[in-house]
Design a protein around this ligand. Sequence first.
Ligand code: HEC
Ligand code: HEC
Ligand code: HEC
Ligand code: HEC
Ligand code: HEC
Ligand code: HEC
Length: 269
Amino acid sequence: MNQQFWQRAIALLVLPLCLLGSWVLPAQADGLDPAQVQEATQLWQTSAHALNEVNCSSCHEASDTNEFVARPGSESCQTCHQQDVDTFLLGKHGIRMLEGDTPLTPAMARLPMQPGAMNLQMTCNSCHDVHAVNTVQAAVDSCLTCHSDTHSLNYENSSHAALFAADRSLPRPSAASVSCATCHLPRHEVGSGDNVFTQVNHNNTYTLLPRDRMVKDVCMNCHGMEYSYNSIFDDDLVEANFDAPPTLALETFEMVRAFDERRTGQGDS
Ligand code: HEC
Ligand code: HEC
Ligand code: HEC
Ligand code: HEC
Ligand code: HEC
Ligand code: HEC
């Protein structure tokens, strides 16, 4: 059994499985709007959390003092999702928090950002609606609430986006489609035997450096190596978010082919 499994199992056992009714009262006493409580409840009801008995108190109760917390932060996720928090803190999105600074906001960015998003803080809640935890919404729509550079805006016109749009009705983005997250928060398998599951690497800098890391980790799950390299090293195609097949022909591949031909030629004679 892996560590995360036990962390989750223990967290689920020790946290009181409070019934909704008994929770809602203290919430209202704390000045929460009943309409918000109702909305949160509705979003939560069909979520992966509700199915796995992660209740209101799992997040809204401080683990040390058992006190009610109206607006929990990322530490409420950490008990059960250590890997996601750890990787988040290593990328551009999270690194300020690792250093004990205030969260990143679009106002601090060098890249173009949506004007209405300038003061949004980057935490787990920025991409995940914490009550619905819908990962389809998190994989593209959430990114575009902040990002507005040409590459990001062009995604919509790509055949990758068409693949993604085709399976929006699934509970999780399908592995056969390509979202922003497929390239920038790639999935990886952990565990072994009967206990293999998929995790998401939340370090959004990881696949950018070095530039061709994305080729091996992402593109080559679906495309050949040459096609992938020729796409990634074509700045215009990256800017267009891969809306057409690559036209670039990297010299290295030409050289390898020429070398192969020479060698085969020599072998023949
Ligand atoms: C997975 C963790 C988690 C669970 C489960 C959860 N919440 Fe929340 N909730 C949060 C976080 C985090 C925030 C703060 C969001 C923010 O700051 O934007 C929050 C905020 C709220 C708010 C305030 C909303 C606002 O905009 O001010 C209400 C009301 C609420 N939750 C009710 C509930 C109820 C009722 C349940 C159970 C049906 C529940 N929550 C289950 C994490 C959770
Ligand atoms: C008490 C443990 C617990 C806490 C606290 C918790 N989660 Fe979860 N979470 C789970 C379990 C269990 C699942 C379902 C199994 C899985 O997908 O890994 C899950 C699934 C998820 C998923 C995937 C949803 C899907 O449809 O596949 C997301 C996203 C998520 N949690 C985000 C959060 C965020 C953000 C917080 C903090 C605000 C949080 N969780 C707090 C236990 C928890
Ligand atoms: C709350 C706003 C916000 C959301 C939501 C958001 N980002 Fe960002 N992201 C930023 C900011 C701010 C930066 C820093 C940009 C800069 O410094 O110019 C950034 C940087 C990045 C970078 C560059 C990383 C680097 O090391 O240079 C990538 C890639 C990225 N985001 C992808 C995504 C993806 C994919 C999503 C959705 C899954 C997403 N972002 C959601 C605000 C956001
Ligand atoms: C930049 C947007 C973004 C931020 C910030 C973000 N997530 Fe996610 N997260 C996603 C997306 C998108 C997926 C689904 C990707 C997929 O399935 O291909 C996901 C998947 C998950 C999952 C399910 C997969 C897994 O690894 O178990 C969990 C749990 C999760 N996130 C927790 C968190 C927590 C905790 C935080 C805060 C540290 C966080 N996320 C911050 C975008 C984000
Ligand atoms: C098929 C893979 C792929 C998809 C899909 C994709 N990107 Fe990118 N993204 C890249 C590559 C490759 C780069 C460029 C890396 C470089 O310039 O070194 C990049 C660069 C970026 C950067 C800027 C990095 C910088 O510092 O200039 C941001 C921000 C970003 N992407 C956000 C997004 C968002 C948001 C989406 C979805 C709307 C998205 N990307 C979809 C592959 C992808
Ligand atoms: C999950 C599988 C998958 C992944 C991962 C993936 N692609 Fe694709 N890609 C596709 C499919 C399917 C098409 C559509 C092919 C078609 O329409 O004939 C496509 C189309 C393309 C196109 C041509 C677009 C057009 O309109 O003709 C380019 C360029 C491309 N991908 C580059 C990349 C790069 C670069 C990466 C990695 C950063 C990548 N892809 C990752 C599946 C994937």
